[in-house]
Design a protein around this ligand. Structure first.
Ligand code: 5GP
Length: 185
């Protein structure tokens, strides 16, 4: 299938973005991560929990490159304001099967401060998986505030806001094959 060359800059709602990671580079790094998982999980049957919506494209590309037998479930984090706490609380929804005794790999689009992932891991750990690891498409090392053990990371990116390859800005921009960084104007 012919794909026209990616535009160097795009507009999403009221913001402009410039290509920061082209699709070819994303493909290389996803392939590398798939190779690492195949090696580490040989002889096992991991269960991938892909976090919607952002990780849908990454999960689809990653899983089609894997050889190890595996299962896939999509989960979602619903944020709400706790009635008694002033902080934001995330509730895991969509997990329709038991993860007890399973080798679980969480597939996420981006780890920024690490708060979302550390809360998610805390909740999953209480469900008794045999092992629990994290596979993220993107990591912003400069913004990490919460310690999260990340076993697999496709790309490290600068602190700027990004869209594309599953990631959105106000619901738009997920469809681009490349990753774009915001242009500060
Ligand atoms: P954290 O809890 O690690 O600070 O944030 C994680 C979540 O924030 C991600 O799952 C994602 O939804 C959102 N996020 C953080 N940085 C970006 C970004 O640069 N672009 C987009 N589209 N979402 C981001």
């Amino acid at each position: 299938m012919l794909r026209s060359a990616a535009p160097h800059t795009i507009s999403v709602k009221d913001k402009r973005f410039a290509v920061s990671v082209p699709a070819s580079r994303i493909g290389q790094e996803v392939r590398r991560v798939a190779g690492e998982i195949d090696r580490d999980y040989a002889g096992r049957e991991p269960l991938f929990l892909a976090v919607l919506n952002g990780a849908f494209m990454f999960a689809a590309d990653l899983l089609r490159l894997l050889s190890v037998p595996c299962r896939l479930s999509f989960v979602k984090l619903r944020s709400y304001r706790g009635l008694e706490s002033r902080g934001e609380v995330s509730q895991l929804i969509g997990l329709g099967e038991s993860i007890e005794g399973r080798d679980v790999i969480v597939v996420e689009d981006i780890v920024d401060t690490g708060l979302t992932m550390s809360r998610l891991l805390e909740g999953l750990r209480q469900m008794g998986p045999a092992s629990l690891s994290v596979c993220t498409l993107l990591l912003k090392p400069g913004k990490l505030l919460h310690s999260v053990d990340i076993s697999y990371c496709a790309l490290r990116v600068p602190d700027d806001f990004v869209v594309g390859y599953g990631l959105d800005y106000e619901g738009l921009g997920r469809n681009y094959a490349d990753i774009y960084s915001i242009i500060k104007e």
